[in-house]
Design a protein around this ligand. Structure first.
Ligand SMILES: Cc1cc2nc3c(=O)[nH]c(=O)nc-3n(C[C@H](O)[C@H](O)[C@H](O)COP(=O)(O)OP(=O)(O)OC[C@H]3O[C@@H](n4cnc5c(N)ncnc54)[C@H](O)[C@@H]3O)c2cc1C
Ligand code: FES
Length: 321
C-alpha cells in the first residue's frame, strides 16, 4: 500500500491499483479516457525527487519524462507520490449554442467560446461541468470566425458526463473547456499524400473534422479513404453528409462498415480496420488516422506499421466510442 497526495488530500492505494484508480475510487474528478496508457488524457506530473515508475512514462516525450510527467492510468506506484494535473487552472468558458441527436445514442453539442480560440480540427479538449466532472472530446469541426466547437458525444447508459449532456445540458448553459490538445489533426505541406482514416462510433468526430480541413481549407489532392465502423446501421450517423461529400470531391471515398448483421448492399460487412487494411496492403508513404475503440486502435496501429506506414505517420486517439 502506498500514499498518493493530490490536491492536499492523501489517499492509500490498494493492492495492484493504479494511481488513477485510487483517485477515482475516492471520487476525485480527474480527466481520463482509455485507461490503458494510449490517449494521454490523464497526464499528471509527480512533484517528488524520485522519478515516477518508468513504465508509467511509456509514450511520453523525453522532455515530459524529464519533468516527471507520467500516466496515472498505468502507474503502479512503488513509493508514495505527490501528484498534480498539468495546467489545472487553465479553463476557458463557452456557451452551448446547439444540441441535437445524431443517432440512437449519439448527440451533437455546439459550444461557442467567449474568447478567440486556436485549434486544429481533430484535436480534443477536456470539457468540465459544474459538478467538476471532466472528460475529453474530439473537435469535429474546423476553425471558424464564430469560435465554435462541435462535439459528437456517445451517450453511455451509466456514463457520468454523457448522461449529464443527454439529460441536463441545455442550449444557453455555460460549459468550461480546456485548450485544444493532441496531435491527431491534418498536417499542412503534403497535399498529395494518400490518407487512410479508420474510426468506430464517435471516432468519426475527429476524422470528420480532419477530412473537412483537408478538403475545404487545404485543397488536399491526394486520395482520402474513410472507413467508418459500427455494429449496426443506426451507428453510422452522418452517412448522408459523407455520401454527399463523396459526390462533391472525387478524391474522397467513404466505406461504411457493419460488424453485425448487414441488410443492405450500401454497407460492407466486417470490422472497419480489417476491411481497410485488407484493401490497402502497402501503406508506405500514407498518413493513417485511427480513432475509436482502444482495442481497434491498438490492433490497427500495429498492422498499419507492419504494412509499411511510418510510425511518425500514424496518428491515433483511443476512447470508448
Ligand atoms: C482523446 C479523447 C477523445 C475523445 N473523444 C470523444 C468523442 O469525440 N466522442 C465521445 O463520445 N467520446 C470521446 N471520448 C471519450 C470520453 O472522454 C468519455 O470517456 C466518454 O464520453 C465516457 O464518459 P462518461 O462520463 O459518459 O462515462 P464514465 O462515467 O466515464 O463511464 C464510462 C463507463 O461506461 C461504461 N461503459 C463503457 N462502455 C460502455 C458501453 N459500450 N455500453 C455501456 N456502458 C459502457 C463502463 O462502465 C465505463 O466504465 C474521448 C476520449 C479521449 C481520451
Ligand atoms: S486514460 Fe491514461 S492514457 Fe488514456
Amino acid at each position: 500500500m502506498t500514499r498518493i497526495k493530490f490536491d492536499d488530500q492523501i489517499f492509500e492505494t490498494e493492492h495492484n491499483e493504479t494511481v488513477l484508480h485510487t483517485l477515482l475510487r475516492n471520487n476525485v474528478q480527474v480527466p481520463y479516457g482509455c485507461k490503458a496508457g494510449v490517449c494521454q488524457s490523464c497526464l499528471m506530473r509527480s512533484l517528488d525527487d524520485t522519478p515516477p515508475p518508468v513504465a508509467s512514462q511509456a509514450g511520453l516525450k523525453d522532455t515530459q519524462q524529464k519533468q516527471n510527467y507520467f500516466l496515472p492510468c498505468i502507474c503502479m506506484p512503488e513509493n508514495g507520490m505527490t501528484v498534480v494535473l498539468p495546467n489545472q487552472n487553465t479553463w476557458l468558458e463557452g456557451e452551448v449554442v446547439d444540441k441535437c441527436t445524431l443517432s440512437d445514442n449519439v448527440m451533437l453539442i455546439k459550444l461557442k467560446s467567449t474568447e478567440p480560440l486556436a485549434f486544429f480540427a481533430g484535436q480534443f479538449v477536456n470539457l468540465k461541468n459544474e459538478a467538476g466532472v471532466i472528460r475529453s472530446y474530439s473537435i469535429a469541426n474546423i476553425p471558424n470566425p464564430a469560435h465554435e466547437l462541435v462535439f459528437h458525444i456517445r451517450i453511455l447508459p451509466n456514463g457520468q458526463f454523457s448522461q449529464f449532456v443527454a439529460n441536463e445540458l441545455e442550449i444557453g448553459m455555460p460549459l468550461s473547456f480546456s485548450h485544444a490538445q493532441g496531435s491527431c489533426h491534418y498536417l499542412e505541406g503534403k497535399s498529395e499524400q494518400p490518407l487512410l482514416l479508420i474510426g468506430t462510433g464517435t471516432g468519426l468526430a475527429p476524422l470528420y473534422g480532419i477530412i473537412r480541413d483537408a478538403l475545404e481549407n487545404h485543397n488536399h489532392s491526394g486520395e482520402i479513404h474513410l472507413f467508418h465502423g459500427s455494429r449496426d446501421a443506426s451507428g453510422l450517423y452522418f452517412e448522408d453528409k459523407l455520401r454527399e461529400m463523396e459526390k462533391n470531391h472525387a478524391n474522397f471515398h467513404y466505406t461504411p462498415c457493419l460488424s453485425g448483421e448487414v441488410k443492405s448492399r450500401k454497407y460492407t460487412k466486417g470490422r472497419a480496420n480489417q476491411i481497410a487494411l485488407e484493401k490497402f496492403i502497402n501503406l508506405e508513404g500514407w498518413r493513417v488516422y485511427l480513432c475509436g475503440q482502444p482495442d481497434m486502435v491498438l490492433q490497427a496501429k500495429k498492422m498499419a506499421y507492419l504494412q509499411g506506414a511510418s510510425s511518425k505517420e500514424i496518428y491515433a486517439d483511443a476512447f470508448l466510442s
